[in-house]
Design a protein around this ligand. Structure first.
Ligand code: SAM
Ligand code: SF4
Length: 385
């Protein structure tokens, strides 16, 4: 078994203020940030996991959250130096930092760049003051604009803006205005997320009224037009990139690459070639417990062979270009015949397109990815059961 490329995800679980829609493993910071202590535990976590990926340099790193930009450039530098010394980086490694515009002081991005950051993902969400208040964001649209200016000034023009749409009371024209405001900041990448009401969040307890399906449909159509005109190509369910600016880290997830996950609640996926297994890892979720725990307490669970087609396809079909037979067979160790059989019904319904050695969701299938994936659940497909 040939191992796939290897990435690293590090989770930073604290935010200035928890947003009412967010179900990420993130917590309002109520006391001083335990910066040094958290970095020390991250380094130990990395050391404890590094043995299983010896000799495999990192193709990308993603520092996500929560709000990693609450951590100082010096703390980030310490983590990156350690990762480089322990695992090594490929040439041109992509290292992304997630940042909240409300946490960025003047000059900060230059320092992150000096620390090794090559790409930034900024949570803009909206440029409408009413929406920002409703979403419980800690920043104004002007702060997002200033953060983008800082990024350009720091030479970090490879940055993403996160936007949310289908917001309460939002019209298709409002969503388009948000998008145009974002494009005006000249990002290299845009992620557009449909506001989802997640169980256990403040919004789930008192759900805001979201626009009707026809309006959301129109938002998507207008977005695609506006983004294409500005030379952003859609390449993933929620991702648009200028030429050459696709996110290498996310592409690694969607092509079923390997990744180490360090930090509170972080997930990982590692191929164990000696045992022909793909193993999922999960760290202790709650920051206080994570800080107190032994990194070796990491939970490891091999992916059952019958779950591999679903897991692979759940990632691969997110990509506009889909995936090849060879990628499926290398990623799962299974014959492509498994997929041929299980996906015959959705091919017949026009949801999946089968090229000479290629699979992709059709434009219709892209909107009903769950209908495709359900065919790959072990209890749906008698062959996989
Ligand atoms: C970890 S956050 C990004 C960084 C930083 N924490 C921030 O919010 O500025 C990842 C992104 O997921 C999106 N997101 C989070 N919860 C969501 C939800 N319930 N529905 C849609 N998008 C959501 C937001 O766009 C958010 O920027
Ligand atoms: S959206 Fe970002 S800032 Fe808001 S709670 Fe979630 S992780 Fe924190």
């Amino acid at each position: 078994m040939k191992t796939p490329p290897l990435a690293l995800y590090a989770h930073f679980p604290w935010c200035v203020q928890k947003c009412p829609y967010c179900d990420f493993n993130s917590y309002t910071l109520k006391e001083t940030l335990p910066e040094d202590r958290y970095i020390e535990v991250l380094l130990r976590d990395l050391d404890a996991q590094a043995g299983q990926v010896a000799g495999r340099p990192l193709v990308s790193i993603f520092l996500g959250g929560g709000t990693p930009s609450l951590f100082s450039p010096a703390a980030i530098a310490r983590l990156l130096e350690h990762a480089r010394a322990r695992l090594g980086f490929v040439d041109g490694v992509e290292i992304t930092l997630e940042a909240n515009p409300g946490t960025i002081e003047r000059g900060r991005f230059s320092e992150y760049r000096a620390a090794g950051i090559t790409r930034v993902s900024l949570g803009a969400q909206s440029f409408d003051a009413r929406q920002l208040a409703l979403l419980g964001r800690i920043h104004s649209a002007d702060e997002t604009r200033r953060a983008a200016e800082e990024l350009h000034a720091a030479g970090l023009d490879n940055f993403n803006l996160d936007l949310m749409y289908a917001l309460p009371g939002q019209s298709a024209a409002d969503a388009e205005t948000d998008l145009r405001e974002a494009i005006a900041l000249a990002p290299a990448h845009l992620s557009q997320y449909h506001l989802t009401i997640e169980p256990g969040t403040v919004f789930a307890a008192a759900p805001p009224v979201q626009p009707a399906d026809e309006i959301v449909e129109e938002m998507l159509e207008r977005s695609l037009r506006v983004l294409r005109d500005a030379s952003f190509e859609p390449y993933e369910v929620s991702g648009y990139a200028r030429p050459g600016r696709r996110c290498a880290h996310n592409l690694n997830y969607w092509t079923f690459g390997d990744y180490l996950g360090i930090g509170a609640g972080a997930h990982g996926k590692i191929s164990d070639s000696a045992r022909e297994l793909r193993v999922r890892t999960q760290q202790t979720r709650e920051p206080r417990r994570y800080l107190a725990a032994d990194p070796a307490a990491l939970v490891r669970k091999p992916i059952a062979v019958r779950d591999l087609p679903f897991e692979f396809a759940m990632n691969g079909f997110r990509l506009v270009d889909g995936f090849s037979d060879q990628q499926f067979e290398a990623g799962t160790g299974l014959s492509i015949a498994v997929l041929e059989r299980a996906l015959a019904p959705v091919r017949a319904r026009g949801l999946v397109d089968r090229g000479p050695d290629h699979w992709r969701a059709t434009p219709k299938g892209f909107r009903f990815l769950n209908d495709i994936l359900v065919e790959l659940l072990p209890d749906t497909d008698p062959v996989l059961a």
